[in-house]
Structures are given as C-alpha cells and as structure tokens.
Design a protein around this ligand. Structure first.
Ligand code: ZN
Length: 145
C-alpha cells in the first residue's frame, strides 16, 4: 500500500516539470507545444511527432486562461503597488518592467496549466460526460450489436 502511495506522489511531483517543459503524456518526449516559448505561445502541437498521440482529441478548453488572467492581474498589481510605494520610480520604469513581465509570466503559467490538464486528462482517461438519456441509447445500441 505504501509503495503504491509513493509511486502516486512521485507521479504527481513529476507532473509540474513535465507540464512546464511540454513533455508528451504518453512517451515523455518534448513535443507537447507547437514551438519554443514565446514564438509558439501556449498552443499545443497537433500531435506528438514521436509517438503520434493526437493532442487535438483532448479537450483542455479555455478554463485555465480565465484563472491565469485573474491570478496574474492580482500578482502584478500587488508587485507594482509595492514598488511604487517603497521606491517611487518614474512611470517608464513601471511600463518597462510590468508589461513584458506580465506577458512572459502569463504565457509560462498558461503553458504549465494547459500541460497539467492534458497530462491529467491522458492519465485518467477522461472523456466528455454524456447525459443519462444518451447513455441509455448507447447501452441499447451495444445490446443490439
Ligand atoms: Zn508522444
């Protein structure tokens, strides 16, 4: 039992680096995202170039984008206010510091969040939920076959 738990913990810990570096959830090759960091943003490649896992079949959606926007907005405003209240730098320092930092931090955290979601979706074999009526139709179709 404890060996099982240790393996689960190791798998969970390995999830964040795998998501950050864009490892394929099946073969662990670095093929998850389209291109390197800024050029590709946080877009998935169509499929793994190593094991042909179809990334388009996963439905990660835009859930992480809203969450990341609120989180980064709160973090950057807090940091900007702290800097302003403690050092009173000229306005251009804020522009030069916070605009690029916000863009880079948003892309990096979006990649990590989407990487975590697609890896968990693959590991847990998650599929879209269907209504109970649709499930009955599917089971009736299965009995006919
Ligand atoms: Zn792969």
């Amino acid at each position: 039992m404890s060996i099982q738990n240790n393996n689960d913990i190791e798998r969970q810990l390995a999830l964040l680096p795998a998501a950050f570096f864009g490892y394929c959830p099946r073969c662990d090759e670095r093929t998850l995202f389209d291109r390197v960091m800024i050029g590709g943003g946080a877009n998935f490649a169509p499929k793994c170039t190593h094991c042909d896992l179809d990334y388009d079949s996963f439905n990660v959606g835009n859930g992480p984008a809203a969450f990341i926007t609120f989180l980064m907005g709160a973090l950057m405003v807090t940091l900007a206010l702290s800097l302003e209240l403690s050092l009173h730098p000229p306005f251009y320092v804020h522009v030069l510091l916070w605009v690029p930092l916000t863009i880079v931090m948003t892309i990096v955290s979006l990649r990590v969040a989407k990487g975590v979601l697609i890896t968990l979706e693959y590991r847990n074999k998650a599929k879209e939920a269907i209504s109970s009526d649709a499930q009955k139709e599917v089971s009736v179709d299965d009995e006919d076959a």
